[in-house]
Write a protein that binds this ligand. Structure first.
Ligand SMILES: Cc1cc2nc3c(=O)[nH]c(=O)nc-3n(C[C@H](O)[C@H](O)[C@H](O)COP(=O)(O)OP(=O)(O)OC[C@H]3O[C@@H](n4cnc5c(N)ncnc54)[C@H](O)[C@@H]3O)c2cc1C
Ligand code: FES
Length: 341
């Protein structure tokens, strides 16, 4: 097809072996084009870190973005034409080899959006709970567990933030953002005022509630509470007969938030167990709950995990250590969904 005569140049990308084609705009990543065309391919972080979106270019010109490290895409892979779809810009018509996913999750179309800040309150000393009201479009349907990409003024790149509430028409979208020292995106979000306008796109992400007909395990650390809260809101919005556990890891009591809401939910639903745990609480007079790393605490509390589904969200070390415990407990890899940040 070649370059079009439009102001923004477009290229045709052929996906082998399916033969499906998609149009990619200049400046748009291969992954963004695939998602917006409803093409289901594997992906995770969307920022060149997790390598989940690796594919091979068979023909054509392209540019791999600087954010892709040697670790995410090694030198010999680059020489063989491998790229990360989330971090590759197209410079001519392309042919790529990529496996389509047999997805058991719902697909919701991606929209660019504009929204107004309606609330910004602190959950802890460094986590803000921010509510946006979508103004254009007025609704964007998403699955609990998914995230939006937010435009950060002064930055070329967006930042991902998970929705903390279940989708509901009239669309107030809630985010929990942890302020990272010198972090441009998190400080922008935490410093938003009521009435400010925020832009972005979404929804993205594959962590979605898959199966309600079994016991479920939810694990979060820090602002990883956000997608887990949304998933639990969805779970308990309909009758749920099985057991659900929510293990929440924080460093000290000052890092806990929304605990009263979870305790209240546990009172209403005897099949729901909330276990907050502190890793750095050395004064037993101040805390009589679980103490230690969340992975060890899960191992101590749950004996048979064989038939469970698990949903995890938190820092990489928490995900890694928790997955180790879950594998030892008998959970299979494809029964675990996670987002790490
Ligand atoms: C799928 C997905 C969903 C996400 N959802 C959420 C969410 O719901 N809530 C949320 O708070 N964050 C979430 N994040 C993380 C978020 O996208 C940003 O990475 C984070 O806010 C830091 O961005 P920044 O611009 O403030 O920091 P940057 O400017 O990117 O980094 C500043 C410094 O902080 C370090 N740093 C970066 N990220 C972190 C981190 N998470 N913790 C500690 N240090 C860090 C960097 O190494 C750097 O030194 C999510 C990320 C992904 C991939
Ligand atoms: S590297 Fe994580 S989605 Fe592309």
């Amino acid at each position: 097809m070649g370059k079009s005569k439009m102001a923004i140049e477009t290229y045709e990308v052929t996906l082998e072996p399916s033969g499906r084609t998609m149009i990619v705009k200049e400046g748009q990543t291969l992954l963004d084009a695939a998602i917006r065309n409803g093409i289901q391919v594997a992906y995770g972080c969307r920022h060149g870190s997790c390598s989940a979106c690796k594919c091979q270019v068979l023909d054509g010109d392209y540019e791999i973005m600087d954010r892709v490290s040697e670790y995410s895409l090694m030198g010999f892979e680059r020489e063989e034409g491998f790229v990360l779809m989330c971090s590759t810009l197209v410079e001519s018509d392309l042919v790529i080899e990529v496996e389509m996913e047999e997805s058991n999750t719902a697909f919701f179309p991606v929209h660019d959006f504009e929204a107004e800040v309606v609330e910004n309150k602190q959950g802890t000393h460094d986590i803000h709970m921010i509510k946006l009201r979508l103004t254009d479009p007025l609704h964007i349907e998403y699955a609990s567990g998914q995230f939006f990409e937010i435009d950060i003024p002064g930055l070329d790149e967006t930042r991902a933030y998970s929705m903390a509430n279940k989708y509901k028409e009239g669309n107030i979208v809630e985010f929990h953002v942890k302020r990272v020292k010198d972090g441009k995106g998190s400080n922008y979000m935490c410093d938003l005022h009521v009435g400010d306008i925020v832009t972005g796109s979404g929804p993205y992400g594959k962590m979605q509630l898959r199966d309600r007909e079994k016991d479920l395990l939810f694990v979060a650390g820090g602002s990883g509470m956000a997608p887990i809260k949304s998933l639990l809101e969805q779970l308990f919005s309909e009758p749920f007969e099985h057991k659900a556990w929510f293990f929440y890891g924080a460093r000290t009591k000052n890092d806990l938030y929304l605990t009263e809401e979870w305790e209240e939910l546990a009172k209403q639903h005897p099949n729901f167990h909330f276990v907050p745990a502190l890793s750095d609480q050395d004064n037993p007079d101040e805390w009589n709950g679980e103490v230690g790393f969340i992975a060890d605490i899960i191992g101590r509390n749950l004996e048979n995990m064989k038939n469970m589904d698990a949903y995890l969200c938190g820092p990489p070390i928490m995900i890694e250590t928790t997955c180790d415990v879950l594998y030892k407990g008998g959970i299979k890899g494809n029964n675990i969904s996670f987002d790490e940040f």
